[in-house]
Design a protein around this ligand. Structure first.
Ligand code: AMP
Length: 414
């Protein structure tokens, strides 16, 4: 396949040139399916996670449609709105617009919390074609009449499921209610819980549905391993693993902000360059940590699920689940950080006795067993884990069932 595949999708020459500059030569499946529909003006329900190329899938046709509309940017009144749940994602989308739109003259701005309002207000006053925003700050600026969406003919909601998780959905509904009814609307979500379907039903008009199954990202390209160990042993194992030189760019996931800080402290003590990103860090600190990681100045990024959502960092070699997530879908999001755009990756999970039920839910979701490294869980349950949800004690009824199951996992993985 060649870059002409992008031309066959109907993209204009100035966008094709930008894609060539970015050294993209083959459209990803979501790009192949979504771009022609979007150029045609259809609404879209996209079920896809980060790593599938979805940002280019919605940004390229948006740029072309806006260019063809031939309208001028007017003060306070954007022509297109892209809503994202996190600041990092908003900044990444903005960077993509810059990359793909480099041969066009579109004005864009990012409106998000955690940084000063004034430059955002001034950007709005100068005139914006595309506004990328997180919901809370956008509503603030709308209430202060710095932004008006009455002229906004394109609406894109990215990571709708995360909007719900983070409690933004009321804000999203309020924002959408101020847009003209006649518009093109796109909604992307990695998962489709009932509330996302309901929102899609309310705001999309006769949408086309494009689904890129997460399983192909999770299972096929990422080598997935699990270690069964006690909670206190995790710290030593992490240190051991990081001695291997092939772990060059590693994301470690913890469940809590406190846990993330602790892991960073211990790694720093061991001489491993690591930084944390989570909700208690200021926006500037998060950006700095991310930039250091991106540029290879720190080798390990320790993150909570929400902070890491939508991160777009190339060349991540390993994802380590220091603690398993409570929601199995988060596992798929986590391991999707590696194996981006065709590369291979490795995901290593640490599972203590209190996390076995989470592991089972993950294996059910991805319809595969993780490869067990070292010992399968047959030892006594550490006392710290006994109270944990779903912990199985070997002395309890059903303990043998767990032993039988571990053998099965081993056999399948072999
Ligand atoms: P996304 O799913 O939008 O977060 O994109 C994931 C990564 O894939 C980003 O780093 C993009 O720059 C990259 N990417 C997107 N589309 C392509 C493509 N057609 N060829 C190569 N890389 C791509």
């Amino acid at each position: 396949m060649t870059v002409s595949d992008f031309a066959e999708l109907g993209l204009a020459e100035r966008l094709l040139r930008a894609l060539k500059d970015a050294q993209y030569d083959t459209p990803t499946p979501i790009q192949q399916r979504a771009i022609p529909l979007l150029l045609d003006g259809q609404d879209l329900l996209g079920i896809a996670q980060t790593g599938t190329g979805k940002t280019a899938a919605f940004t390229l046709p948006l740029l072309q449609n806006l260019d063809e509309d031939g309208l001028k940017a007017m003060p306070r009144s954007p022509r297109a709105l892209i809503l994202a749940p996190t600041r990092e994602l908003a900044l990444q989308i903005s960077a993509s617009i810059k990359t793909y739109g480099r041969h066009l003259h579109m004005r864009q701005a990012v409106v998000m919390g955690g940084v000063a309002q004034r430059p955002q207000i001034e950007a709005a006053r100068r005139g914006i074609d595309i506004l990328v925003a997180t919901p809370g700050r956008l509503l603030d600026l709308m209430n202060q009449r710095h932004v008006d969406l009455g002229r906004c003919k394109y609406l894109i909601i990215d990571e709708a499921d995360r909007m719900f998780d983070m409690g933004f959905i009321r804000d999203v509904r309020k924002i959408v209610a101020t847009l003209p009814k006649e518009r093109q609307t796109l909604l992307f979500s990695a998962t489709m819980p009932a509330e996302v379907s309901r929102l899609a039903g309310e705001i999309l008009n006769n949408p086309k549905r494009v689904e890129i199954v997460a399983k192909s990202v999770a299972v096929e390209r990422v080598e997935q391993r699990v270690y069964h160990l006690s909670a206190p042993a995790k710290r030593d194992l992490l240190g051991q693993l990081l001695k291997a030189p092939d772990l060059t760019k590693v994301i470690v996931f913890t469940r809590t902000k406190h846990g993330a800080d602790n892991v960073v402290k211990r790694l720093s003590r061991d001489g491993v360059s690591a930084e944390a990103i989570h909700g208690n860090k200021s926006q500037n600190a998060r950006q700095r940590a991310l930039e250091n990681f991106r540029r290879g100045r720190s080798r390990v990024l320790v993150a909570t699920d929400i902070a890491a959502r939508g991160l777009d960092v190339d060349d991540i070699t390993h994802v380590i689940n220091y603690e398993l997530p409570n929601e199995p879908e988060s596992y798929v999001h986590r391991i999707g950080r590696t194996a981006r755009a065709g590369a291979a990756g490795v995901a290593i999970s640490f599972c203590d006795a209190s996390e076995r039920s989470q592991l089972r839910s993950i294996e059910r979701l991805i319809k595969a067993s993780l490869k067990v490294i070292g010992d399968a869980p047959v030892g006594p349950v550490p006392s710290s884990a006994k109270k944990g949800k779903g912990a199985e004690r070997p002395s309890a009824p059903g303990a043998n069932k767990w032993r039988r199951r571990s053998r099965r996992v081993d056999r399948r993985a072999a």
